[in-house]
Design a protein around this ligand. Sequence first.
Ligand SMILES: CC(C)(COP(=O)(O)OP(=O)(O)OC[C@H]1O[C@@H](n2cnc3c(N)ncnc32)[C@H](O)[C@@H]1OP(=O)(O)O)[C@@H](O)C(=O)NCCC(=O)NCCS
Length: 146
Amino acid sequence: MAVSESQVHIRRARAADAAAVALLAGELAQSFAFSREKFELIYPQLVTAPDACLLLAVDGDQCLGYLLGFRHLTFYASGPVAWAEEVLVPSGHRGRGTGRALMTAFERWAAGHGCALVALATRRAAPFYRALGYEDSATYFRKVLR
Ligand SMILES: CC(C)(COP(=O)(O)OP(=O)(O)OC[C@H]1O[C@@H](n2cnc3c(N)ncnc32)[C@H](O)[C@@H]1OP(=O)(O)O)[C@@H](O)C(=O)NCCC(=O)NCCS
């Protein structure tokens, strides 16, 4: 999968991208303290998991954003649906179409795997998703497990 918008190129993350993704993931983390130690264990699993999609927005050697999403089977959609779990473009690089390019690439991945929809929960970025054609559909509840 490869999508280009502006200067930014979207591609699947590889093992060698771990350090760059760790920097970005640490910036997104809010509800839970970011652990580099745990990241090192999780990263290789996510890069190879067939139901996971880890995308990077790159400009040359520079990493300008990432998206982590998943697909899973459901009864309600009679097949798979996709969820975007994490999307981040660093503050100095926003407003140039990078977030849109990441979501477009994820939608393409989801459609390619037969997903009926792409969904997500967001606290801070509703206007971004509305600009991309997403609609409010449900309220997000959670219970943090300690
Ligand atoms: C949300 C985020 C990924 C958007 O990335 P971005 O690269 O700045 O977004 P884009 O430049 O591709 O914007 C795409 C569209 O969304 C709109 N948009 C983006 N952020 C917006 C905002 N805060 N308010 C209103 N519109 C917004 C843009 O105007 C653009 O619309 P257009 O194409 O019609 O002109 C980025 O702001 C970010 O990483 N935020 C912090 C982390 C976060 O909230 N992640 C999402 C929830 S997990």
